[in-house]
Design a protein around this ligand. Structure first.
Ligand SMILES: [Fe+2]
Length: 319
């Protein structure tokens, strides 16, 4: 008997204990069929993080894929804040270490260095915004020599939530985290005057519950990280202690996975509503070019705006 014909589909191979998979079968040199796009998204919701290698992806095909999953976040708020951009597309977040004049950024560029240090702390993209990010796609365009660092590390916040004792789950149910980009930058750059005197209780704060349901999988999730300054309605120190304790729980090695980039064309996809991530600075910093480009969709689940007012929700920008 001849087997029924099936369209070529993707192959997912788990890489971590509880999350992260390698995906094979993606080729962006041709339009991605809708069925493959949907299969990729379903895999992403299941594994939280996907890694693809040798995909022939370009800026344009990355943007086109993201747009099929939802409205894309953009850099207009950062432009308004005064940052000069290296890349022309407003949808692309330039997370390279290269400046608009094509030079490697060094510590002499204090603000860009402070951002790099901030991105090396655990976070979910866009958590400091009233409308948070959903899926992020990061592609490697140019990499430093092997062994120089630059991995992206991830935490499985769904499994970490599920492993919490029942009384902790009950205690954090309904609590609202207050988030600001300034808290991340302040922690990452304690000596920097730009952030030193900022009182993170007096800046605009985005409100997102810390215990959530990841709608596509129906699993619980801890939505915390380095933007989460304190808890709404709780004394600041008490909220900080709670967040620190929860972070210590999710930062355990058993929930952690590092994605290594091997070649230009490698792509990592992650679901910001199911995992936390951080960049690692590595020895390449200030010495070798590393060109990485990210796009992010806005979350389109019912948790997207958290406890923020969708009608009064300005996105945050930084130079
Ligand atoms: Fe990020």
């Amino acid at each position: 008997m001849v087997a029924a014909w099936r369209p070529a589909s993707l192959k997912f191979t788990p890489m971590g204990e509880s999350f992260v998979a390698q995906v094979e079968g993606l080729d962006f040199s041709q339009p991605i069929p809708a069925a493959v796009r949907d299969e990729l998204l379903a895999g992403l919701h299941k594994y939280g993080v996907l890694v693809a290698r040798g995909t022939n992806i370009t800026d344009d095909t990355m943007i086109a894929l993201g747009q099929q999953w939802g409205q894309l976040d953009n850099i207009t708020a950062h432009k308004k804040a005064g940052r000069t951009m290296r890349l022309p597309q407003d949808e692309i977040f330039d997370v390279s270490n290269i400046d608009p004049d094509d030079n490697i950024i060094t510590v002499a560029d204090a603000l860009r260095t402070s951002s790099a240090r901030g991105n090396a702390m655990w976070h979910a993209d866009g958590a400091y915004n009233p409308r948070r990010s959903g899926i992020s796609i990061l592609r490697a365009v140019e990499l430093p020599p092997k062994g120089m660092g630059g991995e992206t590390e991830f935490l499985d916040t769904r499994t970490a939530y599920e492993d919490l004792p029942a009384e902790t789950k009950q205690a954090i149910d309904g609590l609202v985290g207050l988030n600001t980009l300034m808290w991340n930058r302040k922690q990452a750059n304690p000596e920097m005057q730009t952030f030193k005197d900022i009182d993170c209780t007096k800046v605009p704060l985005s409100k997102h519950k810390i215990a959530q349901v990841h709608e596509p999988s129906g699993r619980g999730n801890l939505y915390i990280g380095s933007y989460n300054h304190h808890i709404d309605g709780m004394p600041v120190e008490e909220g900080r202690k709670l967040i620190d304790d929860l972070m210590a729980h999710v930062m355990q090695d058993k929930y952690k996975f590092a994605v290594h980039y091997e070649n230009s064309g490698d792509v990592t996809f992650w679901d910001n509503t199911a995992v936390l991530h951080r960049a690692t600075l590595g020895q390449y910093h200030g010495k070798y070019r590393r060109d990485m480009r990210r796009i992010s969709t806005f979350d389109n689940s019912s948790w997207a705006y958290g406890e923020n007012d969708p009608l009064n929700s300005q996105q945050v920008g930084l130079t």
